[in-house]
Design a protein around this ligand. Sequence first.
Ligand code: MRU
Length: 354
Amino acid sequence: MRALRTVEWLADTPDSPVPGRVRLIDQTRLPGELVWLETADVDAIWKAIQTLQVRGAPAIGIAAAMGAAAAAQTADETDSAPVLAALHAAADYLATSRPTAVNLFWALARMRAVGETNRALPPRALKTRLVREAIAIRDEDAAMCRAIGRHGATLLHDGDTVLTHCNAGGLAAAEFGTALAPIYTAHAVGLRVSVIADETRPLLQGSRLTAWELRQAGIPVTVICDNMAAQVMHEGRVALVFVGADRIAANGDAANKIGTYGVAILAQAHGIPFYVLAPTSTIDPATPDGAAIPIEQRAVEEITHGFGRATAPDGVAVYAPAFDVTPARLIAGIVCEHGILCPPFAAAIAALKH
Ligand code: MRU
């Protein structure tokens, strides 16, 4: 099966990755059009992250790393200081694009650390090293997603239907995604698995993106409105729930797209196992619990004027959190690249190598 190449680095010449640019699928145009954005401009990459042209925790981290590398390559080559200054300035700026997904900060910290460790390199070699690191972050994410797919697929049986919320598929990561990776893995070995995709108000990542990428792969998918999840569970149509995460705290509380917490409560009420699937780059041992996870507030127009027409009266009060936190007690397991973590998560997370 061909993987999506959601975010990648394009070199201008075949012999060196520098100079080059970031290429990403513009997810705001899906499902209508598959178009790519190509840029080496850090402002354009900040905007792409903020406006969800690129979205999903791992993909945001990769785009930010490549954005920082792209900014560093514009520095003059008198010595390594201007290269490092450009790197740090870009990292500071990109870190303001969205607050919740820890992958963004994880990737930028890794880029800064590689820059500092290699400050003795000649400027051109330092630039090349930074671009190679950003590419490595992408490639490692692809490998982590494949491992999550292998571990998660052990939870699936022939004929299972998995309910998912938002998009934690290939569009949200380097290749196969997290929550959808086991579905792709199972499908590839001939298991008949299907997906129920919550449409995911207000920006419809479920109906626009999850449904689009699963149909590209020939995997059966049914879109439901978010408020139908209880009914489809009650009707016995859901074997498991698989969701991604934007940040998992040290105790296992997991932030994901707004609405996920409600799905977890519904799953518990119906005796359906609820799994969170995420690479270790999404696990943040420095955040003790869900209460400490910063929750992004989005523009109210995304709710009142979502896709071109008013759906609420002008001037009405609106509350617009983009994420919620599912408490660890509602999570049956956390599937990461090392395997399936079982409760109690605090001990399992503490034992992980980050
Ligand atoms: O606002 P978004 O679309 O970036 O939110 C994305 C999600 O909530 C995903 O489920 C999460 O980032 C995991 S992606 C593998």
